[in-house]
Ligand binder design. Structure first.
Ligand SMILES: [Zn+2]
Length: 123
């Protein structure tokens, strides 16, 4: 599986039900970010920071909160390992169980909070 196989197609995948939720970072994907904001009337969009939004279908709008909780250190109350975290995020973002297993096997780090906290701090 490529590192970000849905990149550039997040909105399309949310609309046709492939992705339950997409996160879009303005710095990485300015076009998708701008496009998402024009779709606010037909999709559910939540800002997590000035440059980070999640997008889902209106009927799934509770999923924003799942992402929000998984993005805080509080999630460690229920999510004990980075493997668990990545499985949950993988499903939330619409990846297949095979894709998720491959990602876990490759031991890649991603843009999630967990990888950020686990990253060895320099200095
Ligand atoms: Zn990660």
């Amino acid at each position: 599986m490529p590192i970000a196989p849905h990149e550039g197609r997040e909105l399309e995948f949310v609309v046709n039900g492939i992705k339950p939720l997409a996160s879009i970072d303005k710095k990485k994907q300015p076009e998708q970010f701008a496009r998402a904001l024009t779709l606010q009337h037909c999709m559910s969009i939540q800002h997590h920071a000035d440059d980070l939004i999640t997008v889902t279908l209106t009927e799934n709008k509770e999923l924003h909160d799942v992402f929000r909780i998984l993005s805080t250190t509080k999630s460690s109350i229920i999510v004990k390992t980075s493997t668990e975290k990545h499985m949950l995020l993988g499903r939330l973002f619409g990846y297949s169980e095979e894709d998720i297993q491959e990602f876990l096997k490759a031991e890649m780090t991603c843009a999630c909070g967990q990888c950020d906290w686990d990253k060895p701090k320099d200095s």
